[in-house]
Design a protein. Structure first.
Length: 336
């Protein structure tokens, strides 16, 4: 059975055994409810019925430390390497509706230390008492329906990943914490007699870090650094330029027309996913595709060369999807 709670404060939490339903304390106000993300829209029934508004939660004053703000209870550890994202989306249950929030994300499975047994009661009591002590509010304690899972799960890009939860029938405990210096923090967890899952999201607004690459920037990079690192779009496992990729190649051509003395090597790179030989061949094909597009745009082929390195020269370690994306690139290297 689903329960939605609103707890006025720590004193009320400790002094009273009768939890007050969240919706009884806060009037329904769909216009003031925090809208977590513009990209993924909560269903109309949530907008009409949910009374959750984090602005009505008292600001906590406790020192909660650094992200992800929670140290696991004694005798427990992260089962695998946790998911740590500077910016991502995570779904949390509000009135049984899985609702997306965006920001810094931590997700992990929890297991006992080697030789220890896992106690569901110990984990849940440890989490609840700690969260109460720092001023968090228990927003939801219950399971989502099969219909709700079917509605939302394909919107979750991390479904099936580390620390995943939100399947039909799982009992999820969702807490919200509002702080002055760390912003809004959302915590959810579930456990059974074998282990637990824990998610923490520090809500943040999206900041666009991509800027359009211009011929001037390419020329500057080549002259100052001897190379220009470009992220030219190709379809997955293909070497044909996309429309975005073609626009970027046009900027390369413009740079080479303006600096007629420049000669460059076009070097293709991939991440380490898949077969090494295939990746090296694919990276060379992509470099050649750029070369051919440049010659069609009027650049003399004698000023160009193309090669592919596959995953042999990563910029960063291929230990996350974010880092793999950084390694899938084309580099222009000045050769004169």
């Amino acid at each position: 059975m689903k329960k939605s709670f609103f707890l006025i404060g720590i004193s009320a939490l400790l002094a009273c055994n009768n939890n007050t339903k969240y919706g009884q304390e806060i009037q329904q106000d769909s216009t003031s409810r925090n809208s977590p993300t513009e990209n993924i829209v909560a269903p109309p029934e949530l907008q009409q019925t949910s009374s959750f508004d984090i602005q009505r939660i008292p600001v906590a004053t406790a020192d909660i430390g650094d992200f992800p703000f929670i140290k696991l209870p004694q005798g427990l550890e992260e089962m695998n390497k946790p998911m740590l994202r500077k910016f991502d989306v995570c779904f949390f249950p509000i009135d049984g509706i899985m609702t997306p929030f965006e920001g810094r994300l931590y997700k992990t499975f929890v297991s006992p230390l080697r030789g220890e047994d896992f106690s569901q009661h110990f984990f849940e009591k440890s989490m609840a008492e700690y969260l109460q002590s720092v001023g968090a509010v228990n927003v939801f304690d219950g399971a989502i329906t099969r219909e709700e899972y079917d509605r939302y799960h394909k919107q979750d890009p991390n479904k099936g990943g580390e620390g995943d939860m939100g399947y039909a029938g799982q009992n999820i405990k969702f807490w919200a914490l509002r702080t002055k210096d760390k912003g809004n923090i959302y915590i959810q967890y579930l456990s059974n007699n074998a282990g637990a899952s824990l998610n923490v999201l520090q809500e943040e607004s999206f900041v666009q870090t991509m800027t359009k690459v211009t011929a001037d920037q390419i020329t500057k990079d080549l002259n100052e650094n001897g190379k220009s690192i470009l992220y030219i779009n190709f379809d997955t496992d293909k070497s044909e330029l996309t429309s975005d990729g073609t626009e970027l190649v046009q900027q390369i051509a413009k740079a080479l027309r303006e600096e007629t003395s420049l000669k460059v090597s076009i070097e293709g790179h991939t991440d380490n996913t898949g077969n090494k030989t295939h990746n090296k061949s694919l990276s060379k094909d992509r470099a050649n595709a750029v070369l051919q597009a440049l010659t069609k745009d009027g650049i003399d082929a004698s000023r160009l060369s193309a090669t592919g390195f596959g995953a042999e020269k990563p910029l960063v370690t291929n230990d996350s999807e974010e880092n793999k994306a950084k390694n899938r690139r084309v580099e222009l290297v000045r050769t004169n």
